[in-house]
Design a protein around this ligand. Structure first.
Ligand code: NDP
Length: 255
């Protein structure tokens, strides 16, 4: 990734939920393009391990452990960034969870947890980042949506509601903040090989169904999101706003 348009040198990127999975791959991709990283997760040991591994390969990285559903913790983290003179230029709202069960069996508390982790978190972390980006007239926000931003499958009701919300939250951020030099876009991954899908990968019936639906005939690799992420984080996308880029092996096109 050596084209100047995609150069992220001098930029600082906070990626929520980057201790593993898609967030980790996106974070490492942004670092390869030159960004200084802030790795986040809720488990301090996993954040520490990720920071050590990323630093060991020579990238500038620090950790910030906070729960994206804990507003006080988010505000404390941003206060810490302010005190340290750390300006977030790129925010990737990636942290998320999935709970699978029939819609009728979800308790209200379970519903709220999925909505708060996948959707409200992007608003709260996005708002705190934008408060600092807007006066500087510079910032890139990338929200992680999903195929569930567009379509529903059984057993992931609150997740689908949250990811549909991500699509329109991204548009709201874009229309309100564009005039201040802050862009908001989203990435919609298809079915990717991460811990979140561990049970599905092992389920032969699900795999057969999935392969019959994905034109590329395979699961996605986390690193296959890096191109879209670097594009949306860089000056190459300065006139792209409020969009969602699907990285799904063509699955949405085939539905
Ligand atoms: P993983 O379960 O593999 O990783 C989740 C990451 O999010 C971990 O780093 C975890 O941290 C962090 N996290 C979870 N809850 C919180 C929280 N409350 N506060 C802070 N961090 C948290 O998930 P994926 O990498 O698969 O998914 C990442 C994003 O991509 C999610 O938004 C997901 O919905 C979306 N996505 C995933 C797809 C897929 O096929 N995998 C498809 C479409 C979208 P810790 O290690 O501390 O637990």
């Amino acid at each position: 990734m050596s084209h100047a348009l995609f150069d992220l040198s001098g930029r600082t990127a906070l990626v929520t939920g980057s201790s593993r999975g898609l967030g980790r791959a996106i974070a490492e991709g942004l670092a390869r393009a030159g960004a200084r990283l802030i790795v986040n997760g809720v488990d301090p040991a996993r954040v520490e391990a990720a920071v050590a591994e990323i630093r060991a390969v020579g990238y500038a990285v620090e950790g910030s452990t906070f729960d994206v559903t804990d507003e006080a913790g988010i505000i404390e983290a941003f206060t810490h960034f302010d005190a340290a003179g750390t300006e977030i230029d790129i925010l990737v709202n990636n942290a998320g969870i999935q709970v699978r069960k029939p819609l009728i069996e979800f308790s209200s508390a379970e519903w709220r947890k999925v909505i708060e982790t996948n959707l409200t978190s992007a608003f709260v972390v996005g708002r705190e980042a934008a408060k600092r980006m807007i006066p500087r007239k510079r910032g890139k926000i990338i929200n992680i949506g999903s195929l569930a931003s567009e379509l529903a499958r059984p057993t992931v009701g609150p997740y689908t509601a949250a990811k549909g919300g991500i699509k329109n939250l991204t548009r709201s951020m874009a229309v309100e903040w564009a005039a201040n030099g802050v862009q908001a876009n989203a990435i919609g991954p298809g079915y990717m090989l991460t811990d979140m899908n561990e049970a599905l990968v092992k389920n032969p019936e699900f795999s057969a169904w999935l392969m019959s639906r994905i034109p590329s005939k395979r699961w996605g690799r986390p690193d296959e999101l890096v191109g879209a992420a670097v594009f949306l984080a860089s000056t190459a996308s300065d006139y792209v706003n409020g969009q969602i880029i699907y990285v799904d092996g063509g699955m949405l096109a085939a539905m």
